[in-house]
Design a protein around this ligand. Structure first.
Ligand code: FAD
Length: 288
C-alpha cells in the first residue's frame, strides 16, 4: 500500500521510525524490538538509511522487508542520495523492488565536510525525479517546521519543498519539534504555498540525559521554556525523566490531534517501552 492512501479516512495516521542497529553483528537484537513495535499496530514503520556504506543500505532494505513481509506492517525505506552515484541508487532501488517494498522516503542526506558529495544528485528533488522516471514507489519527503539548517530562510525552504512535492512526493514527514505553535505556523505557510499533501508531525519523546545533550548540540530544534524546565527538574532521576519525557510527548500529540494534524510520526529510538506507553495513552484518540 502507498503511504499517501492511508490519509483522508477521518483518522490520524500514526507511524514509527526506527534505525538499523549500529553494528551489523547486532542485527538480531532488532528482531525483538520490531516484534514489539509491530504489535502496537502502527500504520507504517520507516527505517532510516545510514552513511551510504554497503552494510547500511542492505540493513535498511532487510529491515523494511521484515517489517512488511514478516510482521505485516507497511514499511518505508529511507534513501539518501548525496553520497551516491546513479548506479548506487539504482542498485538499492532494485533491491527494494525485489523485496516488495512499496514506499521510499527520498532524502538528500547530510553533507559531511570530510566526504565530498558525489555529482549525480544535489537535492532530494533530483532523487525524486530519478526514481519517478523508472519506478512506481510511493514517495515521501522530509520537511522542517523551523527551516532546514542550510536554507537562507524558511520561505525559501518552503519554495524548495514545493519543488520536491511537484516532482512527485505525495506525503511529508517533519523534523522533530518541541513547540507545537511553530508547527502550526509552518503548516499555515506550507498550505498557503499550495502544498496540499499530508504532513505528519515528527515527535521525539526525550527520555534520557544523553538524548537531551544530543538534542541541544545538533538538532537545531528550539527548546521552549516548558520543555527546558521539565528536563532540568528531572535530569538527575532517570525514571522520572523518562516518565516526564513520555508525558511531554503525549501532551504534544494530544494538542496536535485536537488541531487536526494529518499524522504523528514517532521517532521511537528503537525503544518499544516508550512507543508502547505513548500508544496506550493516545490509542483511542487516533481512531477519529
Ligand atoms: P533537500 O530536500 O534536498 O533540502 C536540503 C536543503 O537544500 C534545504 O535547505 C533546501 O531548502 C535546499 N534546496 C532544496 N532544493 C533546492 C534547490 N533546487 N536550490 C537550492 N536549494 C535547494 N538523514 C540520513 O542520513 N538518513 C536518514 O534516514 C534520514 N532520515 C530523515 C527523516 C526525516 C523525517 C527527516 C526530517 C530527516 C532525515 N534525515 C536523514 C536528515 C536529512 O538527510 C538531512 O536533514 C539533510 O540535510 C536534508 O535532506 P532533505 O532530503 O530534506 O534535503
Amino acid at each position: 500500500m502507498k503511504i499517501c492512501d492511508l490519509f483522508g479516512q477521518g483518522r490520524t495516521v500514526f507511524s514509527f521510525e526506527i534505525f538499523p542497529p549500529r553494528k551489523t553483528s547486532s542485527i538480531e537484537t532488532i528482531y525483538e524490538t520490531l516484534e514489539q513495535l509491530c504489535s502496537f499496530k502502527p500504520d507504517f514503520i520507516s527505517v532510516t538509511y545510514g552513511t551510504g556504506q554497503a552494510k547500511d543500505k542492505y540493513t535498511t532494505v532487510e529491515l523494511a522487508n521484515l517489517i512488511k513481509n514478516r510482521y505485516g506492517v507497511e514499511s518505508v525505506a529511507h534513501l539518501t542520495c548525496v553520497n551516491s552515484t546513479r548506479e548506487d541508487v539504482n542498485e538499492v532501488l532494485k533491491q527494494l523492488k525485489d523485496n516488495g517494498i512499496e514506499n521510499i522516503l527520498a532524502l538528500r542526506g547530510d553533507i559531511n565536510p570530510d566526504i565530498p558529495p558525489k555529482k549525480d544528485f544535489k537535492y532530494s528533488s533530483d532523487l525524486v525525479k530519478f526514481i519517478r522516471k523508472e519506478y512506481d514507489f510511493g514517495l515521501s519527503g522530509a520537511c522542517y517546521p523551523e527551516g532546514h539548517i542550510d536554507a537562507a530562510s524558511l520561505d525559501e525552504d518552503i519554495d524548495h519543498l514545493k519543488e520536491k512535492v511537484d516532482a512527485g512526493v505525495s506525503h511529508l514527514m517533519s523534523q522533530l519539534f518541541f513547540d507545537n505553535n511553530l508547527f502550526y505556523d509552518y503548516m499555515d505557510k506550507v498550505r498557503a504555498k499550495g502544498i496540499n499533501v499530508p504532513v505528519e508531525a515528527g515527535i521525539m519523546p526525550v527520555v534520557n540525559k544523553k538524548q537531551i545533550e544530543r538534542m541541544v548540540s545538533m538538532c537545531g530544534a528550539s527548546l521552549p521554556q516548558k520543555f527546558v524546565k521539565v528536563m532540568q527538574r528531572f535530569e538527575a532521576n532517570p525514571q522520572a525523566l523518562r516518565d516526564a519525557g513520555i508525558a511531554y510527548a503525549v501532551d504534544q500529540i494530544v494538542d496536535l490531534i485536537s488541531n487536526g494534524v494529518d499524522g504523528i510520526h514517532l521517532y521511537t529510538m528503537n525503544n518499544p517501552y516508550v512507543a508502547g506507553k505513548i500508544k496506550d495513552s493516545i490509542g483511542s484518540l487516533i481512531e477519529g
